[in-house]
Design a protein around this ligand. Structure first.
Ligand code: GLY
Length: 586
């Protein structure tokens, strides 16, 4: 069992336990031990079945302090949903480059007692004064960085509202108790890691433009080194107001006044009504099947689940295990090309656009797409229709996966979009605002920070939620339950797709989080791959089939996953070796 107390846990990456089984007994007692093992295994399975859960908990998150906070709240009698509040809030404090109460996210939930499965949509919304052309100049050209840096790039945050809803409707502890670890880390500070230092260096210029952000996140105006102690007193105060007044502690009263005033002074367009009107939405997740695996994933306004299932539907007719590795990768790329194309064409906020979801997710539609896939040749994206794009990617957003002893599940992907979001903090709040407005099609037909091109379905409108790629996901077979997800902008969906294919091959959580990655998103028409993501043979083979290959030069993603093997009643948890996360079973 991982010791998460105080400092970094002794085993950070992967933990698993087999309940009640002794493995190192003397040989002469082996038969007796084997017999008692069977009894214990049966007892464990019976106990788990009786309670409906594994009897123990597993958490994997992007930061050891967040994983530790989840167990702290479980130890105090909380359930998975209380723990999810604690993990989300601590990530908002200790990983400010990735998520925060100035941002939003999606929490995919399964309540064991009644099987209720729901997606809490805490996505940001466009301010009421937002207009489709708000980031364009008089000639209709995008104003450089207007949707990326500063107060104008921020959508109305959803994360605080989602934490209140999660706690009140699904948790069993008071919100104030679940927020205690986050308030403690904001008040007392913590030592930042290498990822923070790297992201702060990247975003130094934007952070410097906001005096409040610079005072908090930089060290006398300069990006700090790893080990810098980050103390966030204003954020601790804001969290205390949320702990005391719940929703009104952020969306009303003093916090709302400071946020609106700060945003307007910084050149933004928020009004009190934007905050007062923010609502979390409970949505039915998208569901599908792939080779006997039941898949539950994020619904619009995330494109994640839809693109994932469309790609899997295309792949479902192929015997991927029976073919050579190169053809398998080629087909995965061709499936991604088509599913991401439909993302760009059709998807947006369901409150504003009608989407042909049942058609996109139907087997017949997948079959129609499949007939135009050649196993020996890439089809250029230009042959499929739509505008031009270029690529750039951020290393932002965060994810955690959690299962408690009762079998409650949480997969949550949370974001402030690019690293350190907008880089803007309204004075006196400690709240670093997102730059999620860039996830809209800010200039129809032109790419956003991830190279994604959106059309009218994802155009800016007042109160609308911007299209996301975040893909918190559950996978279930007769024997296994998996909870997973990752940050990574538009690459999120292809990373989760590769993890599902790995799960389908019977591999465990450690394999999904660490396997090499490659990605195609329709436009730009290139196959990106991280170092080690494709072999030299793969690269030559894909090029000879007509693909254009592009190395990223760095490893991407930060996947966190837990798995419950229900037959052996064995839990495992794994955090991506690319990151600084912590996974543990307790
Ligand atoms: N901001 C990243 C996403 O929502 O996909």
């Amino acid at each position: 069992m991982a010791d998460l107390g105080g400092k970094a846990p002794s085993v950070r990456r992967v933990e698993s336990i087999r309940y009640g089984l002794g493995w190192n007994r003397p040989g002469w007692r082996r038969a007796a031990v084997a017999f008692s093992r069977c009894l214990l295994l049966a007892a464990a399975v019976c106990a788990a079945q009786a309670s409906g859960g594994p009897g123990h908990a597993a958490i994997a998150s992007a930061h050891p302090l967040a994983t530790q906070a989840g167990f702290e709240i479980l130890d105090q009698g909380g359930n998975a949903f209380d723990a999810a509040v604690a993990v989300s809030a601590v990530l908002a404090v200790v990983e400010p480059q990735s998520s925060g109460i100035g941002g939003g996210g999606f929490w995919l939930l399964r309540r064991a007692a009644d099987g209720k499965t729901v997606m809490l949509d805490g996505r940001e919304t466009a301010p009421l004064a937002a207009r489709p052309d708000m980031y364009l100049d008089a000639r209709g050209e995008p104003r450089p960085r207007a949707s990326l840096d500063g107060a104008l790039s921020a959508g109305i945050p959803g994360l605080p509202a989602a934490l209140v809803r999660l706690s009140k409707d699904y948790g069993r502890l008071p919100l104030a108790q679940s927020l205690t670890p986050a308030i403690r880390h904001a008040e007392n500070g913590f030592a930042v890691g290498r990822r923070y230092a790297r992201a702060a260096k990247d975003r130094e210029a934007a952070l410097r433009q906001s005096p409040a952000a610079s005072a908090i996140f930089l060290d006398r105006g300069t990006a700090p080194q790893a080990g810098f102690r980050l103390v966030q007193k204003d954020l601790a105060e804001t969290l205390r107001r949320i702990a005391r007044q719940e929703h009104a502690g952020f969306y009303g009263g003093m916090t709302a006044r400071l946020l609106v005033q700060g945003v307007r002074d910084g050149g933004g367009i928020w009004q009190a009504g934007d905050l007062a009107g923010y609502r979390v939405v409970e949505r039915a997740p998208v569901r599908g099947r792939y080779r006997g695996i039941r898949i539950t994933s994020a619904a619009p306004p995330s494109s994640g689940g839809t693109v994932l299932l469309e790609a899997l539907n295309i792949l479902s007719a192929y015997d991927l295990d029976g073919m050579d590795a190169l053809t398998r990768k080629h087909l995965v790329i061709e499936a991604e090309r088509r599913a991401y194309r439909d993302r760009d064409l059709y998807l947006g906020d369901p409150g504003f656009v009608r989407m042909p979801l049942s058609r996109l997710l139907s087997p017949d539609y997948a079959e129609g797409l499949r007939v135009a896939i050649r196993p020996d040749r890439a089809l250029p994206s230009s042959a499929l229709s739509a505008p031009q794009a270029s690529s750039s990617q951020g290393d932002n957003t965060t994810h955690f996966s959690l299962i408690d002893g009762e079998g409650n599940l949480v997969a949550a992907t949370l974001s402030i979009n690019n690293s350190f979001g907008s880089g803007f903090v309204p004075p006196g709040t400690g709240v670093l605002l997102n730059d999620e407005m860039d996830d809209f099609a800010t200039a129809p037909g032109k790419p956003n920070a991830y190279g994604l091109v959106g059309g009218g379905a994802n155009a800016i409108a007042p109160g609308k939620r911007m299209l996301s790629s975040m893909s918190p996901t559950f996978l279930e077979t007769q024997d296994r339950t998996a909870v997973l997800g990752t940050p990574g902008g538009s690459r999120i969906i292809s990373m989760v797709l590769l993890a599902v294919l790995d799960f389908a091959q019977g591999h465990g959580a450690e394999s999904w989080v660490s396997a090499g990655r490659f990605h195609h998103q329709y436009l730009p028409d290139v196959v990106e791959y991280e170092p080690g993501g494709l072999s030299e043979e793969d690269i030559r083979g894909l090029e000879s089939r007509g693909h254009t290959l592009k190395p990223t030069g760095y490893r991407y993603g930060d996947m966190h996953a837990v798995q419950w093997d229900r037959v052996r009643n064995r839990l495992s948890a794994a955090s991506d070796p690319r990151g600084e996360g912590a996974a543990a079973v307790k």
